[in-house]
Structures are given as C-alpha cells and as structure tokens.
Design a protein around this ligand. Structure first.
Ligand code: FAD
Ligand code: DLZ
Ligand code: SF4
Length: 508
C-alpha cells in the first residue's frame, strides 16, 4: 500500500481536522516547527511558545490515538526549516507519493503547497460554519457585504438562539443593551491561568534562546496548551464572565486588561476549541437562566457572525487583500507601537498590555492602536504586519480583514461602511485612560490637546473628497464647517505640527 503524508499545521490542532478525517492510520502525520513559519513576521514569543507547546502535546495525543507522527522540532539537526521542505524530507523518508492537507489560513502557504513537486490535496477546513462556496453565494450580487445579514443566515443554519424560524426573544441583535462605559469595579478575576508543565517549560527555554530578542514578554506564561485546558477556560468564562460580556464589551480600564472577555481566540484559531462547541455552551447558559440574552446573543454574534464573515472576506478578496491601501497612507509605524515612550496613556497601556500578554481586546485594537494609526495616516501594510506579529491569535485570514479592512479602511470600504475614527471623547467615554494622561481630552487645541482630537479633524479634512458624500459622515462635516474659520485653521495647523513631530520621532 502507498504511504501518504498527512500535514497538520500549528493552527490545525483538532482531531477531526479535514486531512485527518481523509486519512487512515497507515498514513504518516507530519508536524513541523520551522523557522519559515516562526519568522515570516516577528511573532510575539508567547505566540510561538503557545503554538509549539500545543503542537507537541497534540502530536502526543495523536500517537496515543494510534497515529504515526513524524514530528520535527525546531532545533532538530536535519530540519529544513520550511513546511514544503519538511514534507519533501518526510516523503523521501517514508517513500510517500502524496500529501493530504487541510487548506491553510494564509494564501502564502496555500500557494506554497500548490507549488510542491508532489501532489498535495488541500481539503476545505470544515472547522468553520460557512464554506467558501456558501460565502461566495451570499456575497454574489450584493452591493454591500453587511455582516448583520450574513450573521442571520448563520443563526438560521446553526439553529443557535432560534425559536423556530424566529430569533430568540424576537430580535436578531441586542446591541442596544450592550456597550456600557468602564465599570467602577470588575467582579471577575480574568482568564484561567495554567502553570507550565515540563513540555511547556522545554518550549519556553527554546523560544527564549531563539526568539528572546523579539518584542514581547515570554514569561510569565499561562496559556492553555491542550484541548482539556482550553475547555476549562471556556467553562470558567461562561460561568463567571459571560453574563456581563455584553455590558462591558467595549470598556477599557487602566487596571484591568481582560474585563469580561472570553480570552478564547488563541484556542479557537489554533483548533483547541470548536466554534460551535463554544456557542452551544453560551446558549446553554442562556437557556439555564444563567446569562441574559444581550450577553449571549452578542457573544454568539462575534463567533458565528464576525469571525465567519471576516474569514469569508479574506478568501473572497484574494491574495492581494493584505497589501491594499485605498487611502494611500504612507507614514511609517511609530516606534511607540514597539514600546518606545509615548505620553498618550491609552496607547501606552494598550501596547504595554500587548507586550506582556500578546493580547488586547477588540476595542483596544480598533479604537486605540487602530484608530491612531488610521488618523495619523500610517501605511496599512505596516499596521497589518504589526497586528499579525504581536497577537497570539493572529493568522492572516482573521487578522488582515480586521486590520486592513475594518480598522484601516484600506480596502476602500468592503468591511467597514465608514472609517472607524474617533476623537478622544470616545476613548474617554469608554475608559478611565484619560484621567491619568499627560494630555487633556477636553482640550481641542493647545499644548495639552489630546492628539486624537487634533488628528480627527485633520483626517476628515484630508479625506474630504472621499467621505463627505457618505451619509454616515455628513453630520461630522457639517459640524466642522460650522466651526469658526480661525479655529479650523488652528486645529489643522496643530494637527500638522503634531504629525511633523511624529515623523521626526520626537516624544509625543
Ligand atoms: P471576545 O471579546 O471574548 O469575543 C469572543 C470571540 O469572538 C473571540 O474569541 C473571537 O473568536 C470572536 N471575534 C470577536 N470579534 C471578532 C472579529 N472582529 N473577527 C474575528 N473574530 C472575532 N481576532 C483574531 O482572532 N485574530 C486576530 O488576528 C485579530 N486581529 C484583529 C485586529 C484588529 C485591528 C481588530 C480591530 C480586531 C482583531 N481581531 C482579531 C478581532 C478581536 O479583536 C479578537 O478576536 C478578540 O479581541 C479576541 O479576544 P477574546 O477571545 O477575548 O474575544
Ligand atoms: C504561526 C506559526 C508559527 C509561529 N510556527 C509554526 C510552525 O513552526 N509550524 C507550523 O506548522 N505552523 C506554525 N504557525 C502557524 C502557521 O503559520 C499557520 O498554519 C499559517 O499561517 C496558516 O494559518
Ligand atoms: Fe488617549 Fe487622548 Fe485620552 Fe490621552 S487624553 S488617554 S491621548 S484619548
């Protein structure tokens, strides 16, 4: 019988992944820690450690289940340091003539597998609710690809929070009840933290030696690294945080990094948790009366709505999507994204947390670091590469549409119907950051003016041609036009001066 190789990538750690389902136990599973994957951007050391530890444990689990696994460690002598290289080496070793693979989450690897000199069958990744075809059919002929309508189809398809063919409680979306400002106190202690075992410690030593100079703290390391631990985190979240998830979904706090968030994206994206399993657990909490509808609907929408929609866009739009730059923004990414000093407390806090945890929640990513980059006109490719590197849940299929599309409007408005820009007022409303900032959020001009205030008008003015006809932005242009001319001139001049200082690398 001809031996086949079965490729399992670092973010495909599910026992029912498509390639394993197509295989049988006479085939050889190939898993490989390789420099090509570990260095195509300068990943946060915690991200690399998480994946390598989870990969090693998953390989052990497959062996316990009776699979033969050819596992390459990063420091193995004969490791060719690329996925195609390791497949070829193993093909030689086992005299294998073909490879079964699950379609990778990045165009880069999809084409590398297509270009292999031996046949590689790439099966669709069935861990998602919508197939490529379903998303294409949904998108076909629509002028605007609104997540909300796609989400309703996913509710119908999964039956989640459905009462027959009607949405549970009578409404599809309960966001009206969500998104309260930062609470005075948070009665949830954050995610479950796991003490590193021997496997994790070995990986931490390896990552420290090889990637210790990259941006990001490796220790303390507390991530779950197998399915059992990831499930414990899920249960912990559902029981203790989900009830308030909706209320404080958009809040940000100086002294609380996690609020009521799930901290499950690392596990979902690597395959340790299944999206439907997560949503069913949330739905059960609602049915048992343990969590309100606004929280549960909001949470389920993030997963079967946003997450699926974002993936659909990535594969619909094609390999050039991450490099788009509709607003022609060319500024380099400021050094404070890599930890250099800044007086902007919101940015300093989001970056510090990113460095320590390889995690920031959605509003920190969108309305602090993303908002600033967009207002300042940073090149979206640099922004994209930053997000892809620094977050432990980042793979291009999910990171690029969120960054390039939702956050930077660089796709020209496919994901977002208007740019996500705001002045300091929004950050002040949703957080306690401004209270301890060098700048004054209420100052619109002058030395202490919050840079978000200055840049907001600067941005709208620069892109007037593109946005003034957008009905969702017309009100802002009217407000701007009603301002006294001298005041407008001062705001623009101070905004330009700020950008100039930013370009020179001065402390801002
Ligand atoms: P929760 O707030 O608890 O939400 C629950 C789950 O919903 C998440 O785990 C995630 O799986 C899903 N979800 C929520 N929003 C989104 C979304 N917009 N897109 C996809 N899934 C979503 N998410 C990633 O998984 N990887 C990324 O690389 C990534 N990059 C982002 C970059 C930018 C600029 C922005 C604005 C958002 C990005 N997101 C990304 C989406 C979101 O910020 C994270 O999914 C979320 O912060 C993960 O934390 P959590 O598990 O605590 O999420
Ligand atoms: C992100 C990542 C890293 C850091 N290292 C590896 C690795 O050594 N081996 C591997 O199989 N996968 C790794 N990954 C995940 C891949 O980059 C991921 O599968 C692709 O980006 C597609 O999503
Ligand atoms: Fe950020 Fe402006 Fe608030 Fe300072 S004042 S924390 S820069 S929004």
């Amino acid at each position: 019988m001809v031996t086949r190789l079965v490729l399992v990538l670092g973010d495909q750690l599910s026992t029912d992944i498509a390639a394993l389902r197509e295989a049988d136990k006479s085939d050889v599973v190939v898993m490989a820690e390789v420099m090509d994957e570990a260095s195509y951007v300068r990943h946060h050391p915690k991200k690399i450690a998480f994946l390598f530890a989870a990969m090693r444990k998953f390989a052990d689990r497959l062996r316990d289940d009776g699979w033969q696994v050819a596992y390459s460690r990063l420091d193995d002598d004969n490791n060719s340091q690329s996925i195609p290289g390791e497949l070829l080496r193993r093909a030689d070793e086992y005299d294998a003539k073909e490879v079964l693979a699950t379609e990778p989450g990045e165009w880069r690897l999809i084409s590398a597998l297509e270009d292999m000199p031996i046949p590689v069958h790439q099966f669709q990744d069935t861990r998602f609710i919508a197939s490529h075809k379903e998303f294409e059919d949904w998108a076909d002929g629509r002028k605007q690809l609104r997540m909300e309508y796609f989400y309703r189809d996913m509710r119908r398809k999964t039956g989640l929070l459905m009462d027959g063919d009607k949405p549970e409680g009578g409404k599809w979306n309960y966001d009206h009840d969500n998104r309260k400002p930062a609470p005075d106190e948070v009665d949830f202690g954050g995610p479950m933290q796991f003490t590193p075992d021997n496997t994790v410690e070995q990986v931490l030593d390896l990552v420290e030696a090889r990637f210790g100079n990259s941006f990001g703290d490796l220790r303390p390391f507390w991530f779950a690294t197998d399915q059992g631990q990831a499930r414990r985190q899920l249960t912990h979240f559902i029981k203790n945080a989900l009830p308030k998830f909706g209320d404080f979904q958009d809040a940000m706090m100086n002294d609380n990094r996690f609020l009521y968030h799930g901290l499950i994206s690392f596990y979902l994206n690597a395959g340790l948790l299944d999206p439907l399993e997560v949503c069913r657990a949330a739905e059960e909490a609602y049915q048992a009366g343990d969590a309100p509808i606004n929280a549960v609907e909001g949470f389920i929408r993030q997963i079967i709505g946003w997450r699926e929609y974002i993936r659909g866009i990535y594969f619909l739009e094609g390999p050039d999507y991450p490099r788009r730059n509709a607003l022609n923004h060319q500024r380099g990414l400021p050094d404070f994204y890599w930890g250099a000093e800044t007086r902007m407390n919101c940015i300093a806090k989001a970056v510090q947390q990113t460095r320590e945890e390889a995690y920031a929640h959605h509003i920190q990513r969108l309305m602090v670091t993303g908002n600033f980059a967009l207002l300042a006109g940073v090149n979206p490719t640099e922004v994209h590469e930053w997000y892809l590197a620094v977050y432990a849940d980042a793979y291009e299929w999910v990171e690029a549409p969120n960054t390039v599309g939702m956050s930077q409007f660089a796709d020209g408005g496919i994901v977002a119907s208007k740019p996500y820009v705001s002045s300091g007022a929004y950050i002040n409303k949703m957080s306690d950051y401004c209270k301890s900032c060098h700048y004054s959020v209420s100052a619109k001009t002058g030395e202490k003016a919050c840079p978000f205030n200055l840049l907001y008008w600067n941005f709208l003015n620069r892109h007037r041609d593109r946005f003034e006809g957008n009905p969702r932005m017309a009100q802002m242009y009217r407000t701007w036009d009603r301002m006294d001319k001298d005041r407008r001139d001062t705001v623009l001049a101070e905004g330009d001066a700020f950008l100039d200082r930013l370009s020179k690398g001065e402390l801002v």
